[in-house]
Design a protein around this ligand. Structure first.
Ligand code: NAD
Length: 450
């Protein structure tokens, strides 16, 4: 589809109207008919209307939510109280064809994320998508390629909102400025242990209005069980995201957040080799215990580094006996020749440990040289939707590489330990069979590129 001729040239209108005096712009009538609002609010479809979506209602109310989609009709009432004029849909494929849309916000189960995002980009819609963005390397790479072809014309953001915490920039500056000497390695970890033995057996029919077949979407057919829907708002994902069909477990859940801290700080891209070990493979359920190591080449400010992800209570070795990582929960540790930084979303702790731990080798940068803050993660995306020359911190180019790395960790785990990877081509070079694990198979009737 040619981005210049799509009715969503409304976005160009929004962009221009913020730059020129309102009302002075003369537009072809076809563009006005395409759902343009009298102000510069975005027309948004909210896909996945309850749960995590409720955390977005506040900022979404500043825009026009014109369509709401949920596979569970019982969830409409809650959202309609906030967005009474929105039209409702149960199938996101139909929702994406709602006239006059500018953008979508995706808060569905994980196995739909890459699908909805890619379909939305194909329709020249800007996308905000909850994490994890993709469940296979192929999905991550497809989204990156599609996004790169539209960069500058649309906006994307993956929902790792902690990225806007000031701490991310402060840790990055400390490492670039030498607070831990020569930077060598970093480990991020998550401590959730959500153990399941396998899928639940068939148990009754879904309640009226819950469209189980649409919930399954591209994933294999499975019988309904109510246990998949017993979680609270914003945490129901913990009822299903450990199953291979619908998620990738903690490496994609908390891994998306804490690897983001590490990824942002290290300016990493794709790894050249990956090693992973974990508990015995279960064909239904992703591992609780898993350790993955990723080798990253040097970049313009640091040498090569090793990046690790640990989950399920497998913490890295603490540099001091009194520092109990179990008490920190999720976190990240950066190691250099002169010491360690231990951090989470909003705290950092520097432990000098080199031969001369007097910190004389490190000078914190002046306030006016600090990396700029991101005032609002959500507003950053809204602003970029209206003016796509603006960038977003967790756009699909950035986040697709992060999640591709994590998914390669699962490929290494499933294929017996260690893989070497050609990131330019997206190919495992030392294990032909591992290449089959770079993609998922979809149910008949579902395509990633619709
Ligand atoms: N960024 C964060 O901090 C954060 C926090 C919590 C959850 N999340 C993410 O948000 C997403 C939703 O998590 P949740 O706990 O709200 O899950 P959930 O199971 O409660 O689903 C959220 C809503 O989406 C609907 N839904 C599911 N699949 C759908 C589909 N294919 N089409 C339309 N509607 C669909 C559900 O009926 C529900 O109303 C997950 O991807 C999760 O990882 C992110």
């Amino acid at each position: 589809m040619n981005i210049q001729t799509h009715p969503l040239d409304r976005r160009s209108f929004l962009r221009k109207s913020t730059l020129s005096a309102a009302g002075l712009l003369i537009l072809p009538s076809g563009i006005r008919a395409a759902g343009q609002s009298p102000n510069d609010k975005l027309n948004i479809a909210l896909i996945g209307a309850w749960g995590r979506a409720t955390a977005h209602y506040g900022w979404l109310k500043q825009q026009n939510v014109v369509a709401i989609c949920d596979i569970n009709e019982a969830h409409f009432a809650h959202a309609l109280k906030e967005f009474p004029k929105a039209e409702t849909y149960v199938d996101w494929r139909k929702c994406l064809d709602h006239k006059g849309l500018d953008a979508v916000v995706i808060c569905t189960a994980d196995h739909h994320h890459a699908f909805i995002s890619n379909w939305a980009l194909n329709r020249n819609l800007s996308v905000y998508c909850e994490k994890p963005l993709a469940l296979s390397v192929e999905e991550a790479r497809t989204l990156r390629a599609n996004w790169l072809s539209k960069k500058g014309k649309l906006a994307t953001q993956c929902g790792t909102q902690m990225h806007a915490q000031d701490n991310y920039a402060r840790v990055k500056e400390m490492i670039i400025d030498g607070a831990i000497g020569e930077f060598k390695s970093a480990t991020a970890w998550g401590n959730r242990k959500l153990r399941r033995d396998g899928h639940f057996p068939a148990s009754g029919n879904p309640p009226a209005g819950l469209h189980w077949d649409l919930w399954l979407g591209p994933s294999p057919e499975r019988p309904y069980h109510p246990e998949y829907f017993t979680g609270g708002p914003g945490s129901n994902c913990l009822q299903w995201n450990m199953f291979w069909d619908w998620g990738v477990g903690q490496i994609g859940d908390m891994g998306s957040h804490f690897m983001d801290l590490l990824y942002c700080v290290t300016d990493a891209k794709l790894p050249t080799s990956v090693k992973a070990t974990g508990e015995k493979y279960n064909p239904d359920v992703t591992p609780v215990e898993l350790e993955a190591q990723f080798e990253h080449p040097a970049n313009d400010w640091r040498g090569p580094i090793r990046v690790n992800w640990n989950q399920g209570g497998l913490y890295p070795r603490s540099p001091r006996p009194f520092l109990d990582f179990e008490k920190l929960g999720h976190g990240a540790m950066f190691q250099g020749t002169e010491g360690f930084i231990i951090a989470d979303y909003n705290q950092r702790l520097l432990i000098p440990s080199g031969k001369n731990p007097d910190l004389s080798y490190y000078k914190p940068r002046a306030k006016d040289k600090q990396l700029p803050a991101i005032p609002s993660f959500y507003q950053e995306w809204v602003d970029a939707c209206k003016d796509p020359s603006k960038s977003t911190c967790c756009n699909f180019e950035y986040h697709s590489q992060l999640i591709e790395q994590m998914l390669l960790g699962l490929v290494a785990y499933r294929s017996g330990g260690e893989i070497t990877y050609d990131g330019a081509k997206g190919v495992v070079t030392n294990n032909a069979e591992a290449n089959a694990l770079l993609k998922r198979n979809y149910r008949a009737g579902w395509t990633l590129n619709g």
